[in-house]
Design a protein around this ligand. Structure first.
Ligand code: AMP
Length: 114
């Protein structure tokens, strides 16, 4: 989508600090990190949120999870562990309406919501 900030990053119209990219997914550092390591895993296709997944685009979830595994190895956090978060919609606190998974690492997260 032309006015989507993540679509602009994917097209190279806005700079980002990329840590991994393949045909389907890009991973870049969050501009406002909430942990020592905080990256966003973003499908190249514009999907608004988790709720916009459907039979035709659900395959992207596999691509995202494969990219998470690549990324945690690249960043060296796969052994110590990390947290993955997806915010969905207004009550989920989603601020960018393009599906993305947060990976948080480099620290131990003792506060638990669940
Ligand atoms: P959410 O609140 O789950 O929608 O997450 C959106 C995330 O995108 C926030 O953590 C922002 O800090 C991050 N963000 C917004 N704009 C950019 C940008 N241009 N580059 C990197 N991260 C961004």
């Amino acid at each position: 989508m032309s006015d989507c900030v993540f679509c602009k990053i994917i097209k190279g119209e806005i700079p980002s600090s990329k840590v991994y990219e393949n045909e389907k997914v890009v991973v870049f550092r969050d501009i406002n990190p909430a942990a020592p390591i905080h990256v966003l895993v973003v499908p190249k296709v514009h999907i608004e949120s988790l709720e916009a997944l459907n039979q035709d685009n659900i395959g992207v979830v596999t691509d995202i999870h494969a990219a998470i595994l690549e990324t945690t190895r690249i960043l060296g956090i796969n052994e110590e562990g990390y947290r993955v978060i997806v915010n969905c919609g207004k009550n989920g606190g989603q601020t960018v309406p393009h599906l993305h998974y947060h990976i948080l690492g480099g620290a131990r997260f003792d506060e638990k919501i669940i």
